[in-house]
Design a protein around this ligand. Structure first.
Ligand SMILES: Cc1cc2nc3c(=O)[nH]c(=O)nc-3n(C[C@H](O)[C@H](O)[C@H](O)COP(=O)(O)OP(=O)(O)OC[C@H]3O[C@@H](n4cnc5c(N)ncnc54)[C@H](O)[C@@H]3O)c2cc1C
Length: 482
């Protein structure tokens, strides 16, 4: 997919390598547990509803497969091997690339069916969400078998080494250099905001391999080994109190020539596939469905009993106030009722507004699905979906804090803080404050709201691109800060 636009968001829009996703990853909380339903009741109810709606036959096949294959006594690594090789970890990938060739909507339903069955879901994180679809689209058969197999079976965790201190929205301005040395490249530079870098075995590395051509033309996408001298991962603490992302310093690190995904110097088009996958994942609200765990050799989950990971997430969800529940109109109505604010006309208006935006997003997804299945497309719908998601997150934040009142000023940043608040404020207030602290992230990650609007302006409305020399001037001749 060639893309010659200037900005990251030119085809960008976000990471469930987002804080939200990483949090879901860390706790492994199941959706059924979060709503307080037993897994069996949830399974029966949602399964019946889907069958009545005429679900894809592949999803019926998944139910049958789960009935014979899910075994809580398997280790996480053994279960993911089974799930991944059967094509159910990443069912939207093609059948000859460890998937099932399902539509995105059916793939999200598949994740829900796995959760409803009380089984451990697919490996969490950016390997499955971003690296796998990119390598399938641009990699060789050997690269697919080497990298994608390890992703769908959870053997390797991945991070995204795209952003740099001076290259976020202007991703094509990245300065990390890779210089050829025989059969290898030597890499020097700094990346930042690397979600999950502390657990990653591999990184999706964008590096400049030719500085003497215009900036979009001299970049290469590498599958980069994080376990080597010259790779230093330093955590960054966020306002949520957690340290989910990092700075990564690369000093004379090495990457083999056969780890370049797609053409050397042609990495911008490859990066755009990654960014498109990111945008589609965020706009759809995918990720974080059901119980899961961080994959790879660093997080230490592969040897755990799969059933224990599911149970631990469920217990944590019940005792902690189900802090990963989505802050939607239903949750806030529940909180407003509990706090005696449900008759407040301003609160009621806010709930109606939030509900309406949620429904609009759902209808747009269904519309896109119908148009896509009929062979058409709705230009820029993923950008619109990402903007809409950012808006919904802000509405939920503001309404949630309004309903919580003064208690919304209190937040338990760690287990001790949470324990001191337990029993003194309603447990859903913690859901609200956590979501409020996280709400700043979606309008930034994967392409900011402003960049999404630039894309809509240039690509859909046909407005002129921003003037500048970047398209014709060699990168090495462009003016630079510092
Ligand atoms: C929670 C989180 C997780 C992240 N995870 C990762 C990750 O795993 N890997 C990774 O590589 N990156 C990650 N990022 C980085 C993210 O992609 C960048 O923060 C984002 O692309 C914005 O870049 P920036 O922070 O450099 O802001 P800048 O690009 O410096 O932008 C600053 C402000 O200027 C505005 N602006 C910039 N250019 C324009 C323009 N042309 N027109 C109008 N307005 C403009 C922006 O909208 C923004 O408001 C993450 C970010 C967050 C918040």
């Amino acid at each position: 997919m060639a893309d010659t636009t200037t900005h990251r968001g030119a085809s960008a829009a976000g990471t469930t390598g987002t804080t939200g996703q990483s949090a879901a990853t860390a706790t492994g909380q199941s959706a059924a547990a979060a709503t307080g339903q037993s897994a069996a009741v949830a399974q029966e109810a949602s399964g019946a509803a889907r069958e009545a709606a005429g679900e894809s036959p592949a999803l019926g096949e998944l139910r049958a497969w789960l009935a014979t294959n899910w075994d809580p006594d398997l280790s996480v690594g053994e279960w993911w091997e089974r799930l991944g090789l059967a094509g159910w970890a990443a069912p939207a990938l093609p059948e000859d690339a460890y998937g099932r060739g399902l539509s995105r909507t059916d793939a999200i339903d598949a994740a829900q069916i796995i959760a409803d069955a009380g089984a451990l879901g697919a490996p969490a994180g950016l390997g499955l969400l971003l690296a796998a679809p990119t390598i399938v689209a641009h990699g060789t058969r050997a690269q697919i078998d080497r990298y994608v197999r390890a992703i769908v079976t959870g053997q390797q965790g991945w991070c995204q080494l795209f952003s740099e201190p001076a290259a976020g929205s202007d991703l094509a301005g990245l300065q990390t250099r890779a210089v050829k040395d025989g059969d290898e490249w030597i890499v020097n530079g700094q990346k930042v905001w690397t979600s999950g870098g502390q657990y990653a075995d591999m990184g999706m590395l964008l590096a400049r391999t030719d500085p003497d051509v215009p900036k979009h033309q001299g970049i290469t996408w590498f599958a980069f080994d994080m376990h080597q001298p010259g790779v230093e991962v330093r955590p960054l603490r966020e306002m949520t109190g957690q340290a989910l992302f990092n700075e990564v310093f690369l000093t004379d690190a090495r990457v083999a020539a056969d780890a370049a995904i797609g053409p050397v110097h042609g990495g911008w088009a490859v990066a755009n596939t990654t960014l498109a996958a990111e945008r589609a994942g965020l706009g759809s609200g995918a990720g974080g469905v059901g119980a899961t765990a961080i994959p790879g050799t660093v997080a230490g989950n592969l040897e755990r009993r799969a059933g224990d990971v599911v149970d631990a997430g469920r217990t944590r969800g019940e005792t902690s106030g189900s802090h990963l529940r989505r802050v939607d109109a239903r949750l806030l109505a529940e909180l407003a009722r509990a706090l005696g604010r449900i008759d407040d006309p301003v609160v009621r208006q806010g709930l109606a507004r939030l509900y309406t935006w949620g429904e609009l997003g759902r209808f747009n997804s269904l519309r896109l699905k119908a148009v896509t299945e009929a062979g058409g497309d709705i230009p820029a719908m993923p950008n619109i979906a990402k903007l809409s998601m950012s808006h919904i997150v802000r509405l939920g934040r503001d309404l949630g804090l309004q309903i919580a009142g003064p208690a919304g000023l209190l937040h338990g940043y760690d287990p001790a803080g949470q324990a001191s608040l337990a029993g003194r404020i309603h447990p859903l207030v913690r859901v609200v404050t956590e979501a409020a602290l996280l709400a700043q992230a979606p309008p930034i990650y994967g392409g900011t709201d402003q960049i999404q609007r630039n894309i809509l302006a240039e690509r859909v409305l046909g407005l002129p691109k921003e003037p500048g020399p970047d398209r014709t001037t060699p990168f090495s001749a462009l003016p630079r800060n510092g």
